[in-house]
Write a protein that binds this ligand. Structure first.
Ligand SMILES: [Zn+2]
Ligand SMILES: [Zn+2]
Length: 247
């Protein structure tokens, strides 16, 4: 980032030239990789080719519901015994180093270039799921006020644009702040989430692509999908940047 010597305060001409020079430099200098700082070859890229190649992947054969590894890519025993409320899931990566750093960069440091990249990648990854609209997993209004933005919405808007689908960021809301989920058993997480979401729209017959950044146990996405189905959604798929997997 270039710092310019302050010119005369309040001079309209000086701020014009500063903005013009900054735009020109941004256009001339290649973007730098967010992980290693090397110049990125592709226009608008956030990572260099080597770092992109090394990002952690999901197992090639995985359960279509929860994304855990299965021998032939079939549904896992847990999803057969207790089917989740969402019909299928897509994820770009396994949640592990250094992907976790990138997720935190978007979540806490407003690196919106990442949201654009992931939104467009999720549009491709979810192309086989015929959807009628895209919905981001909502944040509680107080959390939203603290952070200033919802990272899931930032990803969802690029995904919706790339798939030419309407984005609905207002019908599903988080109406109850939930204590941190980490350290809780799955049963406790489910109880923790009761009444956490509300929905202000009838989704009769709609197929919904629900967007979030990371899926850990799936309890939050599952509860959101349950509420959408309670409001008559026909199908719900979840699309994620990353899925946490036990090694
Ligand atoms: Zn790099
Ligand atoms: Zn499963």
């Amino acid at each position: 980032m270039f710092q310019f010597m302050p010119l005369r305060q309040g001079s309209r001409a000086s701020s014009f030239w500063r903005a013009a020079l900054s735009t020109t430099l941004d256009a001339l200098l290649p973007p730098l990789c967010l992980l290693c700082g090397a110049p990125c070859a592709a226009d608008g890229a956030t990572l260099c080719a080597a770092c992109q190649h090394d990002l952690p992947h999901l197992p090639a054969a995985h359960c279509p519901n929860c994304l855990l590894e299965t021998p032939q890519g079939e549904r896992c025993g847990a999803c057969l015994a207790h089917p989740p409320h969402f019909d299928c899931a897509f994820a770009l990566h396994r949640y592990d180093f250094p992907l976790n750093r990138l997720v935190q960069n978007l979540k806490y440091h407003a690196r919106f270039a990442l949201a654009r990249r992931w939104g467009e990648q999720l549009a491709q990854a979810s192309a086989d799921f015929a959807a009628d609209c895209v919905i981001p997993l909502p944040l509680h209004p107080e959390r939203l006020k603290e952070r200033g933005y919802n990272q899931a919405l930032e990803i969802a808007r690029h995904c919706a644009r790339a798939r030419c689908l309407p984005l609905d960021a207002s019908s599903l809301s988080k109406c109850r702040a939930t204590p941190p989920q980490s350290g809780l058993s799955l049963k406790a997480r489910r109880k923790n989430l009761k009444g956490a979401f509300s929905c202000a729209r009838d989704f009769s017959g709609q197929r919904i692509l629900l967007i979030d950044d990371v899926l850990t146990t799936g309890a939050t996405a599952n509860e959101a999908a349950r509420i959408l189905k309670l409001h008559a959604a026909a199908r719900v798929a979840i699309a994620l940047v990353a899925r946490t997997l036990r090694r």
